[in-house]
Ligand binder design. Structure first.
Ligand SMILES: [Fe+2]
Ligand SMILES: [Fe+2]
Length: 251
């Protein structure tokens, strides 16, 4: 049995010049086989494409994506300040910076694809979604630091890793739709931005996978295998209930 999501991630991350990710790959494969992620299924892509034909729906999606990227930038940045392991904390901070800049990429898509809808008021709203991370105050996170043990950081890294895999697949679906709406004069810039989003999401999967593999090598294998299985299952249920709530599937 195999699953297209784990197959693609494993193919993209396999690099004989880098440290091996064998245990991470095994855990990912098992979790995707036990709970196939909806975003890797044919019906999900068909559903996404059929909704994307509606320009209002697609513009709204880009705006929500800009909001979500900004939101996760703040969450990850705040979390980074409560992690004691400095290697992990620094990687999380870089990750948060990427997500804050992704929020701006979605604003650029809106301006390139739907300039008529981006009046000053709308532009001000979406521009506000990207946080200035340097301005956020984190003095309150000291107490959190004490309550954070290695296992809880590891389980957060597993969750981030699986969220990033979802983000990568959504970028794969998004790119052809962005290109279909994009006026010719912006096609080169739009394609470069789509490719940057894809390569950033892959990097986010890669650095979290490295930490997960390191933990598996140092005795946390069982925790990782069960954590990945549980969260993959949770994420699949969450996606399906969000799609039902948005009336994209079901009654
Ligand atoms: Fe992102
Ligand atoms: Fe990401």
């Amino acid at each position: 049995m195999s699953n297209i999501v784990s197959d693609i991630v494993i193919a993209k991350l396999s690099d004989p010049t880098l440290p091996p990710l064998d245990l991470y790959f095994e855990a990912l494969k098992e979790s995707c086989e036990a709970s196939p992620p909806p975003f890797g299924e044919q019906w999900f892509g068909n559903n996404f494409r059929s909704h994307s034909v509606d320009a209002n729906w697609f513009a709204d999606l880009l705006s929500r994506d800009s909001y979500m990227e900004g939101y996760s930038a703040k969450q990850i940045y705040a979390y980074a300040h409560s992690v004691e392991n400095q290697r992990i904390a620094e990687s999380l901070k870089r990750h948060a910076m990427d997500e804050a800049s992704h929020s701006k990429v979605f604003v650029r898509f809106l301006c390139m694809l739907f300039p008529q809808a981006m009046d000053e008021a709308n532009l001000a709203i979406v521009k506000g979604y990207s946080p200035d991370l340097t301005q956020i105050n984190f003095t309150h996170t000291d107490e959190l630091k004490e309550s954070m043990d290695n296992d809880s950081v590891l389980s957060t890294l597993v969750q981030i890793n699986l969220f990033e895999i979802q983000a990568l697949f959504l970028q794969f679906l998004l790119k052809p739709c962005v290109m279909a709406y994009c006026p010719k004069e912006h096609a080169g810039a739009a394609e470069a931005l789509c490719n940057r989003l894809i390569s950033d999401e892959l990097n986010h999967i890669r650095y979290t996978a490295n930490f997960i593999q390191e933990a598996a090598d140092s005795g946390s294998k069982d925790l990782i295998f069960s954590g990945m299985k549980d969260f993959q299952n949770y994420l699949g249920d969450l996606t399906l209930s969000e799609l039902t709530a948005a009336k994209m599937i079901g009654g």
